[in-house]
Design a protein around this ligand. Structure first.
Ligand SMILES: Cc1ncc(COP(=O)(O)O)c(C=O)c1O
Length: 440
């Protein structure tokens, strides 16, 4: 009897101990030997530091990350794992255009996830067919192909342009612009600056560069072998450099004359960012191919390239493909984004708030500001100094922004950010600027 009681008590103790120590709630991460100064950090300790350490141990060290772990987002605000709130004027690099976790997008994803997430592109899906129809209607282009990212959209656009070029007996040279950014795959780095190519050769051949906003420079390299010219209407990574209207019009004319495919990379400018559905509409210039990504999915990874019928005719069955690109889940999210941009009148909002924001910077009469640039809610403020320290200071003041092209502060907030939030972000920026100037 005593033995049975002792056995039961011991079992009970073991069970309670296991509950307390041995088991953890489903889905919660637990560290296995994560060390910081040789002290194990238990992942139940939900701190920025703990996750930074975990990340540093396991993630490929290619991003110099900020030392915060973001855990939650709503509208234009995000919270780190310790509960600190930030106004997000970076929006995942111009991705969260309708804000974090917009109810329309969340609902569309939840409903689609419960119905059908992935089927491969061997079959048609309702969301993909509808999204393709909507994007062609909005853009005036005729055909669309969906991918998973921006770089992949550019790759597809280059392939299509080269295939069309072959039908005209051309070699496949592609002209890109100095200061451009089209992605980080091999062909997309071949369009970009030398620094991004270092260490990755052999780099794909058939790429030349010309000067942005300098038509003579483009005309000079646009010889007989050129299949395509690729340009961002507003260079994002390059420092928010806005293309001149005359430049894009001249490019269109040149491409018409020489049967060169004109590609607009609207991965950052598309889906309302600049105050029109696409930045091309500021210029009244229609490209032959246009690439999209970022704002299209409201946070889910989706890209696309659209093409005129004439160019699209060059593609034959089997020429291009993707497993995930444009799956029902992503397309349902993108349809919800387009619906939200319309319902909330976000094209108008982007124009108005962008103008307001630029005016606020102008009104500061700040001697360290060299130039205020951008279209719609794609705003760049060029300073006399490198802006990374300013961005770090802003983070400490509860605002997430971005430094690009060395001395440009890039602001690409959700299009539905409120004026109050913009004002708060501006105040934080001003305080941060004072702090940075003091330390300089
Ligand atoms: C204009 C432009 N093109 C292409 C890309 C690459 O997109 P992703 O990072 O989704 O591959 C970017 C990303 O910043 C971009 O701004």
């Amino acid at each position: 009897m005593i033995i049975v009681l002792l056995q039961n008590a011991s079992f009970l103790c073991t069970f309670v101990w296991l509950l307390q120590h041995g088991r953890r709630p489903e889905g919660k991460a637990e560290s296995s030997g994560i060390k910081d100064n040789d002290q194990p950090i238990h992942m139940k300790e939900k701190t920025n530091k703990a996750f930074e350490t975990l990340d540093k141990q396991h993630y490929l060290q290619t991003f110099r990350r900020f030392p915060i772990t973001l855990a939650k987002g709503k509208g234009s605000r995000v919270w780190d794992i310790e509960g600190k709130e930030y106004i997000d004027v970076l929006a995942g690099i111009a991705v969260n255009s309708v804000g974090h976790c917009h109810p329309n997008v969340v609902k569309a994803i939840q409903e689609q996830a419960a119905k059908l997430m992935h089927i491969s592109n061997f079959y048609v899906s309702e969301p993909q067919a509808q999204l393709a129809e909507r994007l062609t209607e909005l853009s005036g282009l005729n055909r669309v192909f969906f991918s998973n990212s921006g770089a992949e959209s550019v790759e597809g656009a280059i392939k299509l342009a080269r295939k069309y070029g072959k039908t005209q007996g051309k070699a496949g040279t592609v002209i890109s612009m100095e200061g451009c950014f089209h992605g980080r795959t091999l062909a997309t780095i071949a369009t970009g600056k030398k620094a991004m190519q270092n260490g990755f050769d052999p780099i794909p051949s058939g790429f030349k560069q010309a000067k942005f906003n300098d038509f003579e420079s483009v005309a000079h390299v646009a010889t007989g072998d050129v299949a395509a010219i690729i340009v961002e209407p507003v260079q994002g990574e390059g420092g928010i450099n806005v293309a001149d209207k005359a430049f894009l019009q001249q490019l269109r004319k040149l491409c018409d004359e020489k049967d060169i495919v004109l590609i607009f990379d609207e991965i950052q400018t598309g889906i309302g960012r600049t105050g029109y559905w696409f930045a091309k509409d500021h210029y009244g210039v229609q490209p032959d191919i246009m690439t999209l990504a970022k704002g299209l999915g409201g946070g889910v990874p989706i890209g696309a390239f659209l093409s005129s019928e004439k160019i699209a005719q060059a593609i034959e069955f089997g020429d291009h493909g993707t497993t995930f690109g444009g799956n029902p889940l992503m397309c349902a999210a993108a349809l919800a984004v387009l619906q939200t941009v319309e319902e909330e009148n976000l094209l108008h909002a982007a124009k108005e708030k962008g103008e307001w924001l630029k005016q606020q910077f102008a009104d500061m009469h700040e001697p360290s500001i060299v130039k205020i640039k951008g279209l719609g809610l794609m705003v760049g403020v060029e300073f006399t100094f490198e802006t990374k320290p300013l961005v770090i200071e802003m983070m400490h003041h509860g605002v997430l922004a971005n430094a690009t092209a060395g001395n440009v502060l890039r602001l690409v907030p959700p299009l539905n950010i409120s004026y109050d939030e913009l004002q708060t972000a501006l105040e934080a920026m001003k305080k941060s600027l004072e702090a940075v100037k003091e330390h300089a």
